[in-house]
Design a protein around this ligand. Sequence first.
Ligand SMILES: [Zn+2]
Ligand SMILES: [Zn+2]
Length: 348
Amino acid sequence: MPEKMRAVVKTEPGPGAALLTVEIPQIGPKDVLVRVKATSICGTDVHIYEWNEWAQGRIHPPQIMGHEFAGEVVEVGSQVKSLKVGDFVSAETHIPCGQCIQCKTGQQHICANLKILGVDTNGCFADYVALPEVVAWKNDEDIPSELASVQEPLGNAVYATLVTGVTGKKVAVFGDGPTGLFSVGVARVSGAAEIFAVGRHPFRLEIAKKMGADIVLNEHEVDVVDAILTATEGIGVDIALDMAGSQDSIDQTLKVVRKGGRVTAFGIPSGPVQIDLANGVVFKGITIHGISGRLMFDTWFKAANLLKSGRLDISPVITHKLPLDEFEKGFALMTTRPKMSGKVVLLP
Ligand SMILES: [Zn+2]
Ligand SMILES: [Zn+2]
């Protein structure tokens, strides 16, 4: 076992990060140490890398970045019972306190004292990551590392899409980022009748087609609301997922959802937004579900089962695999406009 490892570290307040040689993390009695096999870049990592306003208020450098990964357990703490050396794991990134009302009533994913891996703790853009046993998820050995590494955002999509049933329903997905693309796939394999995918990047809308969208709509080219209402004989869709979190996408979900339908609010606007509560929500009698994280661990079982069965093929969304050392290239891929990437995976 080496003493040092490589890690992508946010060294100081400000944009960028550096690949450094650092100590391998020490684990506590309830933790495991994992050798990272694959780790993927999330939008949250981009915010930290670019050092946006949210990151400035939340992140305390120096800190190792990253929270999505798959790897092999190489050491277990003295009180760890459910895992052993050699296990192939990923992690729920929401680390719950176990004591608050949410934690005690089966809602750990929205714990009052939530800590997030790689945001409030050292993360996994490294050769090794330390992790509390309580958030470790044991993977099936047959799932390739790069696919296993994206189960955290895949879980967002599973939870957001399947919070109520989609079988036989018409579904509109707003947002062509990875969670939107995953949602299209989840809706497809779960028996949605017709899927509309709405985005603004042709490269990603092509992926949406591969994931099973029946109709893809580029919001720069068509009036999305008009197109969906026309295609649904003026009725609208049963379910509208907002995976984008912009003022426009929120307005559009409320306009295209049919009366009595369901809206999922997952995308995070950069500030307060306005909605037409009377016409968009009250008179329509719709239900809005706020989705944060993943149900622990109901969502993980569903995501893992879908992957293992082979029915849900998420490989079209994983567009790039790079060595960890090339993380700067990975971040550049994530920020280039128009978007020419889906999920970018780094391999330590
Ligand atoms: Zn993530
Ligand atoms: Zn809690």
